[in-house]
Design a protein around this ligand. Structure first.
Ligand code: PRP
Ligand code: ZN
Length: 324
């Protein structure tokens, strides 16, 4: 390429950046990066949550990133165990990961004398599981003391070690990076300490759950490093939208006609609703229309009680979006 041509190219690029070049140029200061689990229990729910928050994205060719088209937000797909480190190192501004991973990393950083540099923003209503001690079928186990002097395989050495310390039990922790459930069969450990969600992994490996040592669910973490005002504003908007999405799931909009005389009783029956709207009904003096957002699921039983209390024309509608 001649120097002229090269110069022309650069100039064109500078003036009309391609979408991708544009992204790279403005990346760090204005676009939020959020890390999600690449493939696992949290992946689908997490991406779905962002979509419900309004994100439209295109997936990168390598499948490792999604680029937000309508929000300055890009998604990075990584191993869940790497998410706290990526936020800690300020590679990502946000991350969605299980409390189990957050706690393990927090303890690991602490043990190394490193101050954890990520903050928990909020918990999310999915990804529930527990970290448990599991015992192979046929192996004797009575209580925590049965772990004394035994080998326990885990990918959560720090949480397990704290648990053993708290229970005053000395045992050998065998730290593995995966496939913990087969460790007893391979003769590498007597017990395991692993995540249990549905319990099917344990069942398939002839193990039973003896002790729960940590309850977990998905959560959002963020870098404590101050971000640009634009990014801070998007973090604020995103967390508000997530709040809205989480509230909306159970919420219903209920409309009904009620005799004025029965209003107090009917309001009592509306589950989790604050200040319903009461409106006059054209051509009727003794009846009003009641509209309310119920923050809990509305069951058939509730509708039957409302009807018994004198309500009529009862309609229950799903709530699509909510902003407090
Ligand atoms: C956990 C755990 C088990 C499985 C348990 O893995 O290590 O393999 O889930 O789930 P179940 O009770 O429904 O069978 P996780 O999804 O965290 O993947 P990772 O450990 O590879 O990150
Ligand atoms: Zn993992």
């Amino acid at each position: 390429m001649s120097n002229d041509a090269r110069f022309e190219r650069q100039t064109i690029h500078r003036t009309y950046p391609s979408p991708r070049a544009h992204r790279i140029m403005i990346d760090k200061s204005t676009r939020l990066k959020i890390a999600l689990q690449k493939s696992g229990r949290l992946t689908e729910n997490s991406l779905d949550l962002l979509v419900r928050c309004g994100l439209k994205y295109t997936r990168g060719k390598d499948q490792l990133m999604c680029y937000g088209e309508n929000m300055p937000l890009d998604v990075l797909f990584v191993r869940d165990d790497d998410i706290p480190d990526l936020v800690q190192q300020d590679v990502c501004d946000l991350g969605i990961v299980g409390l189990n991973v957050i706690e393990e990393k927090r303890l690991a950083f602490e043990a190394r004398g490193v101050k954890p540099l990520f903050e928990q923003v909020m918990t999310l209503d999915y990804g529930r599981c527990r970290l448990s001690i599991a015992v192979p079928e046929g192996v004797e186990y009575r209580n925590v003391q049965s772990l004394r002097g035994k080998r326990i395989a885990t990918t959560y050495p720090n949480i397990l070690s704290r648990y053993l310390r708290e229970n005053d039990v000395q045992a050998e922790i065998v730290t593995l990076s995966g496939a913990v459930e087969i460790a007893p069969r391979l003769g590498r450990a007597d017990f395991i300490c692993d995540l249990v969600s549905t319990g099917s992994t344990l069942a398939a490996n002839h193990l039973w759950e003896a002790e729960t040592i940590l309850e977990s669910q998905a959560a959002i973490i963020r870098t404590p490093v101050p971000v640009s005002p634009e990014k801070q504003e998007w973090i604020r908007r995103l967390t508000l939208r997530i709040d809205g999405v989480q509230q909306v799931k159970e919420s219903k909009y209920i409309m009904l006609h009620a005799p004025r005389a029965k209003l107090a009783e009917i309001r009592q029956l509306l589950p989790g609703s604050e200040a319903p709207t009461i409106m006059p009904l054209e051509g009727s003096t003794d009846k009003v229309a009641v509209h309310a957002v119920c923050r809990e699921n509305v069951f058939w039983e509730t509708l039957e009680s409302l009807k018994a209390a004198g309500a009529s024309a009862i309609l229950v509608l799903p709530v699509e979006k909510m902003l407090a």
